[in-house]
Structures are given as C-alpha cells and as structure tokens.
Write a protein that binds this ligand. Sequence first.
Ligand code: NAP
Length: 295
Amino acid sequence: MARNIDGTEISRVMRAEMAQQVAELQAQGVTPGLSVVLVGNNPASQAYVASKTRACEALGMRGQTLNLPEDVSREELFAVIDRLNQDPAVHGILVQLPLPAHLPYKAVLEHIAPDKDVDGFHPRNAGLAFVGDPRAFIPCTPAGILEMLRRENVPTRGRHVVIVGRSLIVSKPLASLLMAPGPDATVTITHRHTPDLASFTRQADILIVAVGKQNLITRDMVKPGVVVIDVGQNRVEDPGSARGFRMVGDVDFDGVSQVAEAITPVPGGVGPMTITMLLANTLQAARQSAQARRT
Ligand code: NAP
C-alpha cells in the first residue's frame, strides 16, 4: 500500500517554523499583515477566507477581512484595493475568487500592487516566477506541492512528471517550477484535448492531477511505484456526514494506493499546504517590505 503524504502534518511543522520567523520580525517592529477582500456572501468563499485569516492570527500575523456587498461597483472595489496598496501595515492582499460576474477579475487582480500580491496571480509575478526571479510570489498551490515533494524527499531530477490540467493557478506555474534548474524534472502537461490520457499518465514517475473530476485517474492508468499528488477537490453527497457532503479528489484513492509508492489524500493533502504557502508568501512580503524600507 502507498505511503500517505500528509499535508496536514507537513503544514503543522512549517507553520511552527514560520511562527518563530514571525516572532523574529516582530522583534524588529514588523508584524506581517494579510488583508483578504471578500465580495458577497458565498458560503464556501466565506469559509475559505475565515480559515485564511484564522491561520494568520495563529502565527502571530495580522489577518483582516474586508467584506464588500455583492453589488459593489468596480470603482468602489478598486478604491478599497488602492487603500490597501498604500497601507504600510498591509503586506499581503488577496481578493477571494470567484468574483461576481459584473467585476472583471483579471483587471481586479492586476490592480493589486505586485509587491503585495501574495496569491501570485499578477502578471508581473507570473513573469518573475517564469524567469526564476526569487522576488516572485509563487501561486500557493504549486508552491505547496513543490514544498511537499521536497519535504517528503521525493526526487525530481531527471524524473518524468506528468501534470493533468493546464490551469494558470496550478498546472502552468507548477510545470515551469518543476522543469527549472534545481528540480530538473522532465515535464509533460496534458489537458481536455489530450488523446489517450492513460498513455501519458502511465509514463509518470510523479503524477499531478488538477482537474476537478472524481475518479478521473484509476489504478490501471498509473505505473507501479508512482508518486501521486491529487489536487482535485470535488464535493460528493454524503447524507451520513454533518454537512451532507464530503470532499474527494480526482484520483481513485483506494485503487491507486494499491500500486503507488506515495499519494496525497483528499482532504488532508494539498489543501492545507495551499494555506500554509499563503502564510509563507505573506511573511516573504513583510520581509521584502522591511528590507525595501531599510535601503
Ligand atoms: P481549472 O481551471 O478548473 O481547469 C481544469 C483543467 O483540467 C483544465 O486545464 C482542463 O482542460 C483540464 N481537464 C478537464 N477535463 C479533463 C480531462 N478529461 N482530461 C484531462 N484534462 C482535463 O483547474 P484548477 O483551477 O487547477 O483546479 C483543478 C482542481 O483542483 C479543482 O478541483 C479545484 O477545486 C482544485 N484545486 C484545489 C486546490 C487546493 O488547494 N487543494 C487549489 C486549486 C485548485 P482544458 O484547459 O482543456 O479545459
């Protein structure tokens, strides 16, 4: 049976390390601060935002949520972002997605000052990340996956990583990070139009799946000894649970676990790492801002 890659435990260790680093920054008079902008009352978004600000506070950072009404205008939202961009106590800004349809999410993300863009979605950060510039904020989910592989001692050099999905927030940055000098992997990206997906996934030494389809990857689609990172988050009805649903990934966990060397569970795999890397990016933003003020 495959070894479980426990994102909750890796996150616990990383957050303890970061709490120490936050305390060191505070001793220099800097308290890292994250401001999350939430538009509307989507319950799933409310829950995500609450867990992000709670995680900040647990580390001794400042976590603030700005809740704006569903019908907020583009101008009002931009004015809020302008204010946060200029506030020296705010080191990281995150606008929770999805936004209501009347708000142009690309323009909104581009309105965030790149040096406070801790989600790493601003084109400037995407470009810096692509060229391997250490000032870049790397989007949290790919950064978390890289950190998991590193901390679990999963070698990547010369190995074939197959990524299923080509999204801007997970798969594309991940491909560029893994093929860069250092990780040195050989990377294949697949998507909806890839014919015979299994012929690619069976070649993977490391298989990363970020699609959003339950049971997309089954036991017959992987080779023995593969390391599987399941990014997918799918709700399935579960009348027996308190919430009436449970979360599953894109991978048939029970089947694939019989042949894989290691696998991330859902929940408890990639998910906790994503929030942990948001904290890491906020810490990085606070450090970079303190350094900029000194020079
Ligand atoms: P996304 O923007 O939802 O796009 C899904 C990708 O999957 C697209 O590139 C799509 O291809 C591809 N795809 C769809 N059907 C496919 C198929 N049959 N075979 C191969 N590829 C297929 O992607 P995302 O934002 O990366 O999210 C993916 C999943 O990860 C979702 O379940 C999301 O909830 C989850 N997620 C989890 C976390 C976390 O922290 N755990 C973070 C982010 C996302 P096309 O481009 O051709 O349409």
